[in-house]
Design a protein around this ligand. Sequence first.
Ligand SMILES: NC(=O)c1ccc[n+]([C@@H]2O[C@H](COP(=O)([O-])OP(=O)(O)OC[C@H]3O[C@@H](n4cnc5c(N)ncnc54)[C@H](OP(=O)(O)O)[C@@H]3O)[C@@H](O)[C@H]2O)c1
Length: 311
Amino acid sequence: MLGRQLTEGMTKNTQNTTQSTRRTTENTQAAPATSEALTVLVTGATGRVGSRVAQAARAAGHEVRAASRSGAVRFDWYDPSTWADALRGADAAFLAYQPDVGAPGAADAVGAFARQAVELGVRHLVLLSARGEDQAHPTEAALAESGAARWTVVRASWFAQNFSEGPLADAMREGGELVFPGGEVLEPFIDARDIADVVLAVLAGGERYAGRILEVSGGRLLSFRDAVAEISAAAGREFGYVPVAAREYGAALTEFGVPDAEVEFLIELFETNLDGRNARVSDGVRDVLGRGPREFTDFVREAVASGTWKG
Ligand SMILES: NC(=O)c1ccc[n+]([C@@H]2O[C@H](COP(=O)([O-])OP(=O)(O)OC[C@H]3O[C@@H](n4cnc5c(N)ncnc54)[C@H](OP(=O)(O)O)[C@@H]3O)[C@@H](O)[C@H]2O)c1
């Protein structure tokens, strides 16, 4: 099971139809009213966060361009020839880089994409970034230096939905355990719907959040072991948590054919981001939305109700 989790990696997308269907039962909170209906390009639109940004944007009355390699609007970060058609005529864009905002090449790609967006008249660019990830700073800087009239960075903590969608969730469902280099570190897992609500408030806010870096997290610190225990209790199924060293994780990645450069990046990411630096809550959700973050317990309860962790 370790290999299965490793080959796909925590930031890779393995969304499937079942997961997409489950999402339709969720509601993002209504975004603050904006007088302006925008055309919003949403990258990563089939992913954990992008899907919810798209849903919240539609609910707020915006026209959404749901973009990804398999999305309604074809878009590939590694194929710049797909960028202009996706951007042309859009007022705003949500950027979720793949496989990770701090990955090698991310700053170059995001910078080039943002400059093209500016040339094509896209007024507001919102980048999904990661809290405490030094490797993401060049990508954030590339956005800031792109010439965009309005840019905003939303730095998020670890997503709660990593436990319910994607490779880690698949492995839990199939193998009954989470194998991960998270040690006993504490993390304030954030509900992806809160990120979407913040993104929509940023777009509605016009100048208010321009040039700002917003740090958002859940409201409660939990270890990965705590999170798995909460899920076990609510799901009525005992899941194990098996902490492994980042190097061990990396060695298995190599065994499964992941290129050396990507393995090195992931090892460094886990060794730094999961060293305790993120064991703190951030106030971004309350500051922007005027309410606290959704509770991890509620996320778990809703995911259990939709059958997420059934074997
Ligand atoms: N995981 C976390 O806890 C965490 C925390 C903070 C920040 N982040 C950042 O969040 C981002 C990931 O967001 P997510 O977890 O919502 O994504 P995700 O669930 O992993 O989904 C990936 C999305 O990107 C698309 N995609 C994959 N490869 C692509 C490519 N080459 N070009 C264009 N689109 C591509 C996928 O659709 P297709 O397959 O159809 O292309 C899918 O819509 C990363 O930048 C990561 O650094 C993650």
